[in-house]
Design a protein around this ligand. Structure first.
Ligand SMILES: Cc1cc2nc3c(=O)[nH]c(=O)nc-3n(C[C@H](O)[C@H](O)[C@H](O)COP(=O)(O)O)c2cc1C
Length: 360
């Protein structure tokens, strides 16, 4: 199955493994790219040197196109230190109550500087740069163009898709409300931008088709098998981006307890959560989410994200999935644990079968 989008990027299949910050190590990215899809390194939390190191590891594992994904954020953040102190107190109390031997601490920075991450991305020069949480500047677009890096912008509404097209994106990835992980929303309140993929995808395809540039639309959210890939294609997608489907691959670095919880998850457990990071994200309703201290509710991203990071690391090490940010999409119940290359081949095989069944 080839497509103009896949041909443009020099990949075999119009299938993207989503950048999933914290869960997409080089082995996963390379396995997907070497299998003919587009593997993506989620680099939102990585310092510049780590981006360069991991990009080098991906290249060492195979000479295939891959993507690096970043969160578009300001370089500096102001935090209300009184609110931070209150949140730390309550988070630490929760850890004591749960018997996890870890306490919050103040990080040197709330998040890596975006402009430094961006410079590292340019230096690593992947085939594709993928962005969420905002639109890059014209100067940054120019930097990417000079290096022939293809730009994918994430949108959760048609207005955000227009913003990315106006900002020069080569393709727009529409993130349906079903999608796992953080909402990419940047023009609206997250709760006003929870549009299901079956609505958002054809709305965006139609809106962008009316424009001067023919910008491909990539579908993300709840796609777990070949039927889903075909459905997205029928609704006008040039490619599909899957995150949750790859979380149970052995190459994925998600904590084992998280992978196990995904196997048992039902759709009612998948909810929207702010309490881990300060930004709306989709994942499992677990013990942490139920017991979430009141004081964390008002803290913004990335301040809260930085405060809970050591707690989440300790919970993972202790096998406590119930205290982790177990991000996943609404269709998590359809995960199929298997090596990433096998999953890519299976997805494409299923898609071919579904197409044949439909036309016969
Ligand atoms: C664990 C996890 C982490 C994610 N991290 C990122 C990220 O760093 N950057 C990004 O653009 N999208 C991120 N996403 C969202 C994906 O790009 C995509 O929208 C989503 O996975 C699609 O829905 P699905 O999970 O149902 O396949 C993440 C998703 C998950 C599940």
């Amino acid at each position: 199955m080839t497509s103009p989008f896949a041909s443009r990027l020099g990949i075999e299949h119009p299938l993207i493994q989503a950048p999933m910050s914290g869960s997409t190590p080089p082995a996963l990215v390379a396995a997907v790219s070497n299998a003919g899809g587009l593997g993506s390194l989620g680099a939102g939390y990585l310092e510049p040197q780590a981006i360069l190191d991991q990009a080098a590891q991906i290249r060492a594992l195979g000479d295939c196109p891959y993507a690096i994904g970043l969160f578009v954020l300001p370089d500096e953040f102001e935090a209300d230190m009184a609110a931070v102190a209150k949140a730390r107190e309550q988070l630490d109390a929760l850890m004591v109550q749960e018997g996890v031997d870890v306490r919050t601490s103040l990080p040197a920075r709330w998040a890596p500087r975006f402009s430094d991450q961006f410079a590292a991305l340019c230096e690593a020069r992947p085939a594709v740069a993928s962005f969420a949480f905002g639109v890059i500047s014209p100067a940054q677009l120019h930097e990417l163009r000079q290096r022939d890096i293809y730009v994918i912008g994430t949108a959760t509404t048609v207005a955000e898709a227009h913003a990315w097209v106006d900002g020069g994106a080569d393709a727009v990835c529409v993130q349906g409300a079903e999608a796992g992980g953080h909402r990419g929303t940047f023009l609206h309140r997250a709760e006003d931008a929870m549009i299901g993929l079956f609505a958002l995808l054809p709305l965006t395809v139609r809106a962008l088709a009316a424009g001067a540039r023919n910008v491909p639309v990539i579908a993300a959210g709840g796609i777990m098998d070949g039927n889903g890939l075909l459905a997205a294609e029928v609704l006008g997608a040039a490619a599909s981006q899957l995150g949750t489907a790859f979380l149970t691959c052995p190459e994925c670095s998600a904590a084992e307890a998280w992978k196990q919880d995904l196997l048992r998850a039902d759709e009612q457990q998948v909810t929207t959560i702010r309490g881990f990071s300060g930004r709306a994200a989709r994942g499992l309703r677990n013990r942490f989410v139920e017991a979430m201290p009141e004081a964390v509710q008002g803290l913004p991203y990335p301040v809260l994200n930085a405060l809970t990071a050591p707690l989440r690391r300790a919970a993972a090490a202790a096998g406590r999935g119930d205290l982790l940010s177990e991000w996943c999409g609404q269709a998590a119940g359809l995960v199929r644990p298997q090596p990433a290359a096998e999953l890519v081949a299976r997805l494409m095989h299923e898609c071919r079968l579904a197409r044949r069944t439909l036309v016969s």
